[in-house]
Design a protein around this ligand. Structure first.
Ligand code: 8GT
Length: 132
């Protein structure tokens, strides 16, 4: 029925900044900012799902590093669990294939974006960790 959906999000860090992507009008939660990623498919590990999603969304290869956290959030129509990992880019080129926009944002500026509601606890955690 209304099962919790496992979602993975990549916190891609480069030169102390975090890659943030904005959902497009055709996606659910239009215009909200998020970590690129998506739903885990049957038979995939979280890390495999993340590598696949980032290739699909940004046409680039990432290295998945430490896990940040798993947080649960109940939207009206779905319940998700957001699993986030620190990641690094293996190359330099990013192509936005699904999102409306992207930005490299310093940790202390992250809360200036309008995030998907499920992301707020993770954003706060990253801000604490990266400012240490
Ligand atoms: N990728 C991603 N999804 C998020 C984040 N925060 C958040 O609430 N979500 C939600 O988690 C779900 C992920 O779905 P998605 O649409 O990005 O993933 P997908 O490409 O695998 O799904 P689709 O093929 O059904 O569209 C959406 O409901 C999205 O709104 C986030 O930071 N990153």
């Amino acid at each position: 029925m209304n099962q919790r959906i496992e979602v993975v999000g990549a916190v891609i860090v480069k030169e102390g900044k975090v890659l943030c992507t904005q959902r497009s009008v055709t996606m659910r939660l239009p215009h909200k900012w998020e970590f690129p990623g998506g739903k885990v498919e049957a038979g995939e590990t979280l890390k495999e799902a993340l590598v696949r999603e980032i290739k699909e969304e940004l046409d680039c290869v990432i290295q998945v590093n430490e896990k940040i956290t798993r947080t649960e959030f109940d939207y009206t129509k779905s319940k998700i669990a957001l699993n986030t990992f620190y990641c690094s880019l293996k190359g330099d080129d990013i192509e936005l294939l699904e999102h409306e926009a992207m930005k490299w944002v310093a940790p202390k500026e992250l809360l200036k974006l309008t995030w998907a509601p499920a992301d707020i606890p993770t954003v706060r955690m990253i801000m604490r960790q990266m400012n240490d």
